[in-house]
Design a binder for this molecule. Sequence first.
Ligand code: G6Q
Length: 528
Amino acid sequence: MNPTETTAWKSLSEHRREMESVHMRDLFARDPERFKRFSISFADTLFDYSKNRITEETLRLLFDLADEMDLPGWIERMFAGGKINVTEHRAVLHTALRNLPENPVYVDGENVMPRIEAVLAKMRDFTRSLHRGDLRGFSGQAVTDVVNIGIGGSDLGPHMVTEALKPYHRRGIRIHFVSNVDATHLMEILRRIRPETTLFIVASKTFTTQETLTNARSARRWLVEFSGSEDAVTRHFAAVSANPEAVWKFGIDPHNRFDIWDWVGGRYSLWSAIGLPIACAVGMEAFEELLAGAHEVDEHFRGTPFDRNIPVIMAMLGIWYRNFFGAPTHAILPYTEYLHLFPAYLQQLDMESNGKSIDRDGNRITGYQTGPVIWGKPGTNGQHAFYQLIHQGTQPVPADFILTLDPQNPDGDHHRILTAHFLAQTEALLKGRNVPEALHRAFDGNRPTNSILIDRLTPRSLGRLIALYEHKIFVQGIVWNINSFDQWGVELGKQLAGTILEELRSDTPLSGHDGSTTGLIDHIRRKK
Ligand code: G6Q
């Protein structure tokens, strides 16, 4: 189904023309209830979407579009374990990972909840041993440093959450993340830790990812050189993977393997054993709080009418700007230093999910845009860097402003200053400023923002926040008629890199490359 052929899409195109001359300043002036009308409280989160170029009519049409694209049907299919990842013939069940154990979820006739519970129990045992000091290395000393080796979905989620939950970290355990195949990433960390007290978690669903395995092999070499024996690997390596043979071949004790399944997508996997480094950092109770927060949002998403449904509203506002205002990007601006990796994490979650140009029926998409570029950095730093373009650039940049109200590091007036800037920016973007005598100092305003206010950044509230965005992305994928759960676009580069790697190792004549690539390989070979 092509969304542009729906009745709602046509009505939205007309409505967009009517909204051209409408300024949000006037919408607020006309309606003293606008904030109340267009904001939703959910648990400790306030979602204010009143600073958007919308009226009740806009929302009605956007919800009609969601209905015409059968969003309610797709939500049910996802939660029920339907194989909605059609190109890989897989179910999409990150929601099952945070589901209550007594609610069965079936894949190919099997209830997956017992498997999930078994892995959680194993994670509980493992982290308990770690925190009690019972996990000991080859020399008998307790583990103090955990290094997660993974990339993409096996890195960004756990890394972001581990950073965000720093105030909850257990004393005496330090967590590190190695992802880049540039040896600098690994070496800089190895310089700071001791082999006797280090545990490596090799996080790779497939256990075939070149970067991860290269880093893991180098880490193993480092350990074996220091310990003088291959035996040390058993005590110092664990794995999270769906590929037991490869884990075993690598030399990791099968007891130290944590299972993951094909119905957990990489970028949606922090709720699975891929979250093990999170649990090592904050303990299993806090990890389960994270799951509980996400589960609350799952229930909200599944059970709330669209006009009170936060992820649906976030998604449809995004569609409004992407498809009817031509906004090419969307900014994520957390006013909370602990969320400094959140924009980078969402970049993968959103862009790998919805950066697609073939629709769910296998046709090339024409006539509408799919996922925007996602970017951002914490405020207030961004204000001194790129906000200029958001205020006065030629293209619209819808933005999500995220603030936590209860500072985890209260000190003097810092948090009040931070909050003042947060509020000032969204107000300036809304109102603008008229300076007829000097246009360069004028601001048009009318630039849309969402404000997400969270009482306190806890494991539970973070779980909620992440799940809101997961479901937002899902809704957009449904409306754009794309499969948000595959990522074929990463394959070609991987294949070419394999060929080029061989060519870099040898002096054989080059063939089959374009002139630029041939010239570059020649240059690199000469320099070596
Ligand atoms: C995410 C992608 C991708 C994946 C990495 C790591 O959705 O599939 O980022 O997570 O390529 O894959 P492995 O976990 O298999 O090493």
